[in-house]
Design a binder for this molecule. Structure first.
Ligand SMILES: [Zn+2]
Length: 277
């Protein structure tokens, strides 16, 4: 055997050991706040539409995945299908709060769809707070739960420059906004959680977002409206299924849960970090 080959063979165990050490650490770095997985992914569905119960809940249940459904208390699909929402909650889905009447700020550009009755800019802060609390009462009557999250209708957070959610913080674990972004547990603002709104993007786009979250050990929240139709903002049914299949296949690396559960862990993590300072 040549001296070169000899040296190579002698160095092999060391090389193997180096690879073993570097391998898992490089590919499977985990975070305790994400249940010792690489990242957290939350699936949220807004506006309480029939498509949620007809297509989304069955798709999630078939893969034993759970999501968050932001219910508008006055939506026809709530009034007509109350027992189905209750069963969805019993199977672990979160019924989140999207206000009773989905008020949006009609004074902003592009808000011709806002009716005078549901114009947040004409609300007082007290009325918005009371309406959202009344929706919590309704949701509690459906699912019996007291901990849940809120989603800002149209992403509007202010009335006359006042953040109305400030008064609602004791009523919720977190509030989801509409700004796109991936954030670590330390970075997340629980009163305005970032998300990616999906409207027409394909499955690969969504899977790439999940991969980015896996690499950066961050929280990724998806915001869907219609799945396979049912809303003016939609995602293709096959694209949605492609995302769910990817998540299921990587369940060991990705913490997939309703926002209320992930936000409760972020809250504890942030409180612990603050206490250590
Ligand atoms: Zn909405």
């Amino acid at each position: 055997m040549s001296p070169v080959k000899m040296r190579l063979l002698q160095s092999l165990p060391l090389l193997a050991a180096t690879l073993l050490l570097a391998g898992p650490a490089a590919t499977a770095q985990t975070t305790s706040v994400w249940h010792n997985k690489q990242c957290a992914v939350v699936l949220t569905y807004d506006d309480a539409i029939d498509a949620d119960l007809d297509r989304v809940v069955p798709a999630l249940d078939s893969l034993k995945l759970r999501g968050t459904f932001y219910l508008i208390g006055s939506a026809p699909a709530v009034a007509k299908r109350l027992p189905e929402w209750r069963r969805a909650a019993q199977r672990g889905h979160e019924l989140g709060n999207h206000a009773l009447f989905h008020p949006c700020d009609g004074s902003l550009p592009g808000r011709a769809f806002v009716t005078p009755d549901n114009d947040l800019s004409k609300y007082t802060v007290g009325r918005a707070v009371a309406e959202i609390r009344a929706n919590n009462t309704l949701l509690n009557a459906i699912d019996g739960k007291t901990a849940r999250t809120f989603a800002y209708p149209c992403g509007d957070r202010q009335i006359g420059g006042v953040n109305f959610y400030d008064q609602l913080k004791p009523d919720f674990v977190a509030a989801r906004g509409v700004t796109g972004g991936l954030q670590t547990a330390a970075q997340v603002d629980l009163s305005n959680v970032d998300c990616y709104a999906i409207n027409g993007q394909n499955g690969q786009y969504m899977i790439d977002l999940v991969k980015q979250a896996q690499q950066s050990h961050t929280l990724l929240v998806f915001l869907f409206h219609g799945v396979g139709g049912g809303h003016s903002l939609n995602v293709d049914l096959a694209a949605h299924r492609q995302l769910l299949r990817y998540l299921k296949a990587h369940e060991r690396d990705i913490d997939i849960a309703p926002l209320v559960e992930v936000a409760e862990r972020i809250q504890a993590y942030q409180q612990d970090s603050a206490a250590r300072k």
